[in-house]
Design a protein around this ligand. Sequence first.
Ligand SMILES: NC(=O)c1ccc[n+]([C@@H]2O[C@H](COP(=O)([O-])OP(=O)(O)OC[C@H]3O[C@@H](n4cnc5c(N)ncnc54)[C@H](OP(=O)(O)O)[C@@H]3O)[C@@H](O)[C@H]2O)c1
Length: 272
Amino acid sequence: MTTHDWSIAGKTVLLTGATDGIGLALARELHERGARLLLHGRDEAKGRRLLADLDGDHAWYPADLVSLARVEALTETVMKNEPRLEVLICNAGVYRTELEYSTEGFELTWAVNHLAHFLLVNRLVYLLARSEPSRVIVTASMAHRFTDGIPLEQTVHPTSYDAGEAYARSKGSNIAFTLELARRLEGSGIACGCLHPGVISTKLLHAGFGPGGEPPRRGALRTLRPAADLDAAELHGRYFENDRPTEPAAYTRDPELQRGLWELSERLTGLA
Ligand SMILES: NC(=O)c1ccc[n+]([C@@H]2O[C@H](COP(=O)([O-])OP(=O)(O)OC[C@H]3O[C@@H](n4cnc5c(N)ncnc54)[C@H](OP(=O)(O)O)[C@@H]3O)[C@@H](O)[C@H]2O)c1
């Protein structure tokens, strides 16, 4: 479906995890479509290479999402430097095979995939509102279906670790967060939605699920569609799988879980 009220050309887009996999392919697609890119990553050399490679009016914003302090610093720099932000794409992600902790002591997969992006979106929401119509795209995964719930305390401070379960909970959190965000942003001029980009050949897929997968460009195009081609009304409050609006697992749609996740995330990030 083509857009009637929205074009990505000339828009300022902050893309997390732009230095590898789907994000790297997406950066190239967005550049081709005429967006101005705020490229995020954690690896300075990769970021500088990408900036030189794209050769446009783009900017590099480094931050290791394992640290909430670094996320705070990133948002401060963006707000200081950037007068506009029309699109925020929360793409960065990890799959950790062993239990590890974020700087603040939370389970790392959940902290990077969900909590860092929760803070990023909430800190940048005023800039997005000032730039409306704007949108937030969250890269989730069909792997959220590999669990049937998010026991919050166990997820943040696990007493045992199952890597697949931790990843599934982090991706379920991406969806529950987006659905709650959509409710809170109703009528604000900021649309938001989330998606599964497909099974894509990247280091994350290979670390968590083995070999195979489609080329990264396929995942990039599935992310580009809600970011660039759908009308706000087609995007808002939806989860997309294989390019189609799809009902995510029941637990992600539970308002009590959505509210509990939001309030916990506010507390852990110091927003409340
Ligand atoms: N691949 C799939 O089949 C698949 C399926 C469903 C959903 N997804 C989702 O798609 C998104 C992109 O993943 P991918 O498959 O493209 O994986 P990838 O190739 O490993 O890329 C992940 C990106 O996130 C960045 N990143 C990871 N940890 C970070 C941290 N602590 N701080 C800052 N940046 C960090 C990476 O930076 P570096 O370049 O420094 O490593 C990289 O740019 C993820 O949200 C993932 O959950 C992927």
